[in-house]
Design a protein around this ligand. Sequence first.
Ligand code: PEP
Ligand code: MG
Length: 838
Amino acid sequence: MSTVAPVRLLPEELVRLAASPADKAAAIREAGQLLVAAGCVEAGYVESMARREAVANTFLGGGVAIPHGLGEDKGLVRRDGIAVLQVPGGVEWNPGQVARLVVGIAARSDAHIAILRRLTRLIQDEARLAALIATGDPAEIVAALSEDGAPPAPATAATDLAETLEWTIDYPAGLHARPASAWAEAARAAGLPIRIRHGDEAADARALVSLLQLGLKAGDTVTISASGNDATAALRRFLGVVTGLSAQEKADAARAAERAAQRPVRGWQPAGALTAIEGVAASPGLAIGRVHLLVQADAAIPDSPVPLGDGAALLEDALARTRLQMKALVDDTARRLGAGDAAIFKAQAGLLDDTDLITLACQLMVAGHGVAWSWNAAIERMAGQLSALGNPVLAARAADLHDVGRRVLAQIDPALAGRSLGDIAEGPAIVVAADLSPSDTASLDVSKVAGLATALGGPTSHTAILARTLGLPAVVAGGAGLLDVADGATVIVDGDAGRLWLDPSDADLAAARDWIDALAAKRATEEAERGRPATLRDGHEIAIAANVNRPDQVPLALQQGGEGVGLMRTEFLFLERGDTPTEDEQYETYRGMIDALEGRPLIVRALDIGGDKQVAHLKLPHEENPFLGVRGARLLLRRPDLLDPQLRALYRAAKVGGDLSIMFPMITSVHEVTALKARCEAIRAELDAPTVPVGIMIEVPAAAINADLLAAHVDFFSIGTNDLTQYALAIDRQNPDLAGDADSLHPAVLRLIRMTVAGAKLHGRWVGVCGGIAGDPFGAALLTGLGVGELSMTPRDIPAVKARLRGTDMATLQALVERALAAESAAEVRALDTGAGA
Ligand code: PEP
Ligand code: MG
């Protein structure tokens, strides 16, 4: 960690005494210009300082403000420096906050925190501060900002604000994410501080994550308090929002209970009456183990103020150590899991340099709070703001913030480290957690962990994807009650039915073990046969392909029985790195895929950017509803700078040989197809490349309904059931609350697939499916009965799908489809699953 040399940072000429800026903007300009004149920053930095004020509060406390530039403008800093404007008459910084020392900062992150350390120390020394505001000697200011000291910090306890009222939670599922975000929104709208206290724990009601961490259950009584003008009325309005949610919460709980009762009996069933926690199936299989409860340590961060100088030094040191730890983690992950996974930690390490976050922590320390408490509160506040925006990409950044925040906490005080997956002494363990972070999952040891169960998440969450990759049975979205399961208790996870069985008897355990053995034997048989084609008993052959994005993943896909690649999601070439791959780089990757497939078919999907796949470095405009916005083909048609290099790379690759097809995502109308095909043809002709089949994804209901029109223009369809389900059922595919309803076997989705197949048939086109349901053996059976001729899936799903199809014939499947199409719900469709043979 670098220590900042104060003399170099603050020469006397950077101190302006007796300044009287007209307002805050003028003060920032004046401080900024001092920095420019001293050669610390480029001229543009002054503007950047002004822009930061729109997004962050730089009032540190005690009459000191610390304007500084935006993080992305750090390139404008030539060397570290600070400029001080002494404003004896004061300048209003925010309503009610008057700055008398305006400290303009030009610094990279390390220096920033060191400066804050000095300032926070100074603020505690009221007499000294008053002297600095009045002094006529710049040397006094330079000296004050060049020393460390340790005046005592006032102790504060977590208490209520001035006006209070009590309320007992009557939401049956407790304060979970949905009502908590309504609380946070209402608190923000109130415009004054509102605090929620339960026992010794309190949360700022504006911070969603802090609210969730109170872990409030039905029956818990909380004290809601507010302060400021009009606090009584604000409290009353807030309570109105809180109680207004009760009816909906009760109705939802009743509906969930009803749904669970109606759920068809699938998978393992206990002999006697056993309690189960119902969640959403995320990764198949059954597992028995002892609960390893991953409770987040930050549930009870003590607020123990220390002298400010010590506190700021402790934080600075913790950040430095965490940076080193993250670097080691990046290196280790890159070795074990690859550069793509390591990039997650690289991005997280960047958060340690977030000056807004560090400033906020220091502001809280200045306000009298302890280091760990302040750091945690800063993390919660920023993460809460990100999550509350409802943007999945920013929500993922919030999860990263928590992850990295916990690492720093553990450095501040090892007692706050909490449990990790590394603590599992012996397996088999069932990891139970609110959700699993990328760090948790990177340290997961499959020799000790048998299954996973999380309170949050959906079938497409990080936990679910990782569990499927590792072959671990998993249940997600089990609700807050999951976290009440006793640590060490023996449980059974059913990743097919989405249940966690509690307190199994010896007889249940024995029965579950038999089931697990039978599943393992079945899996072994399927795997032994995975190289054989998926030929139905009557000779119908279904093509089985893998969804694979990189050449190095091809060998595993082939080994699992894949006969080609039915979906290469090229946006991952963009998502896994910080810049846009060049045409040559793309060419190398496509050639790598073709070569690895040794003549087998490869379907490359053109970039599907937008929706849940946001590429930060493209800096695309913010959209209110990204899933309904400029996504997939819509973006490609607006951005020839993205489309053309990709098509050029593809046609160049096709010129060298192989069995390549191109597929366009998110097609809604014929005109998109004709425009994209015209681009393909122009580029093909320019390169004198061979023609290749051009197909489209059917993932918008309009495309399924107009399949007969679209089929005239393309060579094939591949149905993206993940999106088709989302758009047909109007269920955001990432919404954990609705994860249980987003079932691709909903009769409405099946009917759209029937229309797609009928439209394709009119023009003699083939239809594949590359959405998740293709990898579900029962789903694959239904799709085959609907007339789909190719199924592309996650490689691990291939053996079971092939085995299921080989055990049946077309007439049986068509009869099954007729019953499924007549069903009233996805549950009714699933109830038709009687196991192999149908
Ligand atoms: C789909 O939508 O089903 C699909 C395969 O595309 P993605 O999941 O990449 O959106
Ligand atoms: Mg899709």
